[in-house]
Design a protein around this ligand. Structure first.
Ligand code: NAD
Length: 265
């Protein structure tokens, strides 16, 4: 299926690996030019070089920056060869907050989590949405977490900060920008095989005294699909939400978790 977004410009956060990389790759394979942001230059430059081989016809621009800072966002909006703030597609994503016990989190830990997983997406939306509306096309996709629907005990910082973003997005999606070709949606990953899951699995292993292999097997056994998801599967959903075909879908939360969420709705 041609998604009808060839030649558009996308911004993808956390794009050097994992779910952000999956989104950047799927968009690039659809002919979308991508500004790919991540903190570490080496891994990012390698990811861009590899993806350029798969998608030779598009422009891929790496920006090594911390997207949760004002300076990082200024860098990606002013990168040479990029579209400035005139992105057609914005995929907001940064590293998730650390796992732990809420009794040990002080104000600073909360501010950091809210900054990264709520206020940064809001700043990116604020900077780009009116331009999208003026041009009559825009897609904003926030990578959040299944923890928004089904909280995870050791990820209280994530449960809280991402729920705040979800409420904000639900409101903005239904303003007049909905009639101007701009959609805002969230993708809620369950368990995907990335570096992030390796960190949380290690934390659970330490907490429970089990091995990493045992925790991985246990986690996959309770997913009806019987396995973790892949960044490629995640990217395919992201690209579809960014497509012309998805023009009538806004303000939604797409759970992608191999059937792990046990509810009917
Ligand atoms: P990952 O660790 O594999 O990749 C994270 C990427 O984000 C890397 O490219 C890293 O360089 C980049 N990054 C991190 N902080 C950044 C920052 N401040 N500025 C710019 N780039 C930054 O992680 P992932 O598994 O792809 O997870 C992506 C998001 O999805 C995270 O917020 C994570 O908490 C959330 N999530 C992941 C899963 C999962 O199963 N993998 C499940 C639920 C939620």
């Amino acid at each position: 299926m041609d998604l009808g977004i060839k030649g558009k410009w996308a911004l993808v956060g956390g794009a050097s690996k994992g779910l952000g990389w999956g989104c950047a790759r799927a968009l690039a394979l659809e002919g979308v030019n991508v500004v790919m942001v991540a903190r570490g230059a080496d891994v990012l430059n390698q990811a861009v070089a590899d993806l350029q081989k798969e998608a030779p016809g598009v422009t891929l621009i790496p920006v090594a920056a911390d997207i949760t800072t004002e300076a990082g966002r200024a860098a990606l909006f002013s990168v040479a060869g990029g579209p400035g703030k005139d992105f057609d597609i914005v995929v907001t994503n940064a590293g998730g907050p650390p796992p732990g016990d809420f009794r040990n989190w002080d104000r600073e830990a909360w501010i950091k989590a809210v900054d990264a997983n709520m206020l940064t997406p809001i700043e990116l939306i604020k900077a780009t949405i009116d331009g999208m509306a003026a041009r009559g096309f825009g897609r904003i996709v926030n990578i959040t977490s299944s923890s928004v629907k089904s909280p995870i005990d050791i990820l209280g910082l994530s449960n809280g900060a991402r729920s705040g973003l979800t409420g904000f997005v639900a409101g903005v999606a239904r303003t007049k920008i909905a009639a101007q070709g701009v959609t805002l949606n969230n993708i809620l990953p369950g368990k995907f095989d990335t570096d992030r899951i390796r960190t949380t699995v290690e934390a659970t292993a330490q907490k429970t005294g089990k091995t990493v292999a045992e925790i991985r097997a246990q986690q996959q056994a309770v997913v009806p699909a019987g396995r973790y998801g892949t960044p490629q599967e995640f990217g395919a959903l992201c690209a579809f939400i960014c497509s012309q075909q998805a023009s009538y879908i806004t303000g939604q939360n797409f759970l992608t978790d191999g059937g792990a969420y046990p509810g009917t709705y």
